[in-house]
Design a protein around this ligand. Structure first.
Ligand SMILES: Nc1ncnc2c1ncn2[C@@H]1O[C@H](COP(=O)(O)OP(=O)(O)OP(=O)(O)O)[C@@H](O)[C@H]1O
Ligand SMILES: [Mg+2]
Length: 540
């Protein structure tokens, strides 16, 4: 029996002992370094020193080819050798996942003599053993050694031994790959977090390249670094808050707090205590002193959103803080000094509010040091596509969908609409579309009903001549009514027809003329058209 034989044979016993000590050295070499390449190098050196290995090579599979990871006993240029899977003995070992032994290299025609011997290796006969490095039952590389030829060599036992060495290499490789994966994951996470911070702090997340938007960027850049009070004006949903953030995070106060007060959300009775804080016992329920938002924003920025909604008595107190940078807490006598930069925003017509007596003129002038007007979305249609793409990407990511683009008809519909709710409405519209979208493209029918038009729903093209003419006629009438803001007499003149005929057609097509009448021209603009008929001027 071989076992009994190996136990009794003193040379075999010595060989086994040497092998055990080699395995110990190998595992120490691999665990003692974070650099796997140098660990492998030391493994090969150990094999050469302890056994009759003349030279050795470790290859690893990368991008479909075997790359030399470590060599010992070869000329240096051997490091650049590449093996294809299936090519030569090394390639076949990886392909089959089984070791190959060549007892006499000189007699083996399949032996690719890619790496010639060094002069000092002479002409001695060599045996070649190549074992796979297996990871998760897959060959991911090889360990190959040239041994001095010995006629009496027990190749089975040698293959087993080198197999164990390759197993240790595989373990080290596994650990290294896990560490690498973890490192990559942490790097990704880090990049993601940085990105998030940048998004929050930078104004690169303000999308748009149109003339009015660029002008706005310039104003933000001009004023951010100063301590000037800024008033941001614009319709609802145009991005006023976004701009207030951009100013703060691009100012010298960026590391200090940005505190927001929604003036419209706070009842008159609460707003003063919110802004200025109170002393203990100032009113029933004031059990302890409380800091107001002004004090919370110390060193930073206080953003007074919807300032147009603030009551007159609070306006007086605000005026004092703006002028003197000091105030008293409610129920207190101590004067508190503050270093706060103020940004206010409103969608109200301030001039009208002053004329009506609901807003103090002196406060307005104090706030109106540097005013940024945020144009409504309908006046910067050049930004619309960029914004739409931005929101498409954002919501696709959020909802885990792969939606690549917006179809041309859907883009036409977006361009034709007048966006009374501005960017916020566009944002909501895109989120809805992403939610209902069942393909890789947003089509017209994914957009909300307010954007659907006779045109986009295809009633013009895929119908009989009679219906097509009717649809065209209806479109012309809608267009004329839109241009004349619902004035039928003018619309009739535009269409070179009589008011009587127009009225007849309007009834026939069930057109609701009232919807074209825009009482608040400034707010909704001439484009206010719930039917969302394509706006010829906007589409140009
Ligand atoms: N230029 C822009 N780029 C990217 N997102 C924008 C832009 N403008 C506005 N938004 C987005 O539109 C939404 C509305 O913006 P924001 O809250 O700043 O508007 P607002 O003017 O303060 O509105 P309101 O007067 O109703 O408070 C936000 O989600 C904001 O991120
Ligand atoms: Mg706002």
């Amino acid at each position: 029996m071989p076992a009994a034989k190996s136990g009794s044979d003193p040379t075999t016993a010595a060989r086994d002992a040497r092998r055990l000590s080699t395995l110990l050295e190998v595992s120490q070499a691999l665990s003692g370094t974070l650099n796997l390449k140098s660990g492998m190098q030391r493994v090969l050196q150990t094999l050469i020193r302890q056994h009759s290995v003349v030279r050795g090579m470790v290859t690893l599979l990368r991008e479909g080819e075997l790359h030399v990871e470590a060599v010992e006993g070869f000329e240096d240029r051997a490091r650049s050798i590449r093996f294809k899977v299936g090519e030569g003995i090394t390639g076949k070992v990886v392909e089959s996942g089984r070791p190959i032994v060549v007892p006499r290299v000189s007699k083996e025609p399949a032996f690719l003599n890619i790496a010639p011997r060094r002069p000092d290796q002479g002409k001695q006969e060599l045996s070649f053993i190549c074992v796979p490095i297996m990871l998760n039952r897959q060959a991911v590389g090889t360990l190959a050694v040239d041994l001095r030829f010995k006629a009496e060599r027990d190749y089975d036992s040698s293959v087993k031994f080198f197999g164990i060495v390759s197993g240790l290499l595989a373990q080290a490789l596994n650990v290294q790959r896990q560490v690498e994966d973890e490192r990559r994951r942490l790097l990704d996470e880090n990049t993601h977090l940085r990105q998030e911070l940048r998004e929050r702090y930078d104004f690169s997340n303000i999308i748009g390249t149109s003339g009015p938007t660029r002008q706005m960027y310039e104003q933000v850049a001009q004023v951010a670094q100063t301590n000037t009070t800024v008033l941001i004006r614009g319709e609802s949903g145009t991005g006023k808050e976004l701009i207030a953030h951009a100013i703060h995070y691009n100012s010298l106060r960026a590391k200090k707090p940005f505190v927001k007060v929604s003036c419209a959300a706070l009842p008159d009775t609460l707003i003063e205590s919110e802004l200025f804080g109170y002393e203990k016992g100032a009113f029933t329920g004031a059990n302890a002193r409380k800091k107001g938002r002004f004090e919370m924003a110390e060193g930073g920025t206080l953003f007074l959103d919807e300032i147009g909604d603030i009551n007159l008595s609070t306006q007086v107190k605000l005026l004092r803080v703006l002028q003197e940078r000091e105030f008293e807490r409610l129920g207190g006598t101590e004067t508190v000094k503050v270093n706060v930069r103020m940004i206010a925003a409103t969608n109200k017509d301030m001039e009208k509010a002053i004329a009506d007596g609901t807003f103090r003129e002196d406060l307005y002038y104090r706030l109106n040091v540097f005013t940024i007007f945020v144009p409504p979305l309908r006046d910067r249609k050049a930004d619309l596509l960029l914004l739409a793409d931005h929101f498409l990407e954002k919501f696709s990511r959020e909802h885990g969908k792969v939606i690549k683009r917006i179809s041309t008809p859907a883009i036409d519909m977006l361009m034709a609409y007048h966006w009374p709710g501005n960017v916020r409405e566009l944002e909501n519209c895109l989120e809805r579309s992403v939610l209902v979208c069942d393909s890789a493209v947003i089509h017209g029918h994914h957009l909300p009903p307010s954007l659907q038009t006779a045109d986009s729903s295809g009633t013009v093209t895929r119908v009989s001549l009679k219906d097509a003419v009717a649809a065209y006629e209806r479109d012309l009438i809608l267009d004329a009514l839109k241009t004349t803001r619902g004035n039928r007499a003018k619309a009739a003149r535009l269409l070179d027809t009589t008011e009587r005929i127009l009225n007849y057609k309007v009834r026939g097509y069930a057109i609701d003329v009232r919807r074209f009448k825009t009482p608040e021209v400034g707010r909704r603009g001439p484009d206010a058209m719930p039917e969302g008929l394509r706006d010829a001027s906007a589409a140009q």
